[in-house]
Write a protein that binds this ligand. Sequence first.
Ligand code: 5GP
Ligand code: MG
Ligand code: MG
Length: 189
Amino acid sequence: MTTQAWNYPEVGGDLVEIVVSEEQIRQRLSEMAARIDEDYAGEEVLLIGVLKGAAMVMSDLMRHLRSDVSMDWMAVSSYGKGTKSSGVVRILKDLDTDLTGRHVLIVEDIIDSGLTLSWLIENLRSRGPASLEIATLLRKPEAAKVEVDVRYLGFDIANEFVVGYGLDYAERYRQLPFVAVLAPHVYGG
Ligand code: 5GP
Ligand code: MG
Ligand code: MG
């Protein structure tokens, strides 16, 4: 196993630049949470996170929420080890919760092609929720292959492969508290 030295917190080595800082993330998530609280006032909300990338967004977003929330997780596979979405989605772990009549908010790390999420929306909609909305920290508008209607958006970013704040490359870099562009030499690009 080879582990490359990657400089942290100084960006360099495996990382090209920080695109969203820790402070920007904190600020934006609290704004998104305030809007969610307003929109769901008096309702119970079921937050659904998509493993593993959304783990950090989920925990940081939900601690700002004052609404009555529950949390559940799904694991789907669309990328494997690579950096491109295949559009072929497999459920690796399904929900524990019955969605019938529930107000569901999908919590995502990033929308790239939108293929995974549009598949997920179809899948969850067929389970009879009272409502279904999407919150995502990041979106790459230039990479969209299908339009996905996002209710709560953190940041639009350029069409580059990013890591950190839950996002991995081959399971690494998830622990970075910011979002950074991965140097192409790491993935042979
Ligand atoms: P999509 O189907 O929208 O192309 O992407 C689905 C999933 O691929 C995202 O939820 C995320 O886990 C992963 N993904 C998309 N873009 C990136 C990226 O730039 N960096 C990383 N690390 N993962 C990404
Ligand atoms: Mg994701
Ligand atoms: Mg990944």
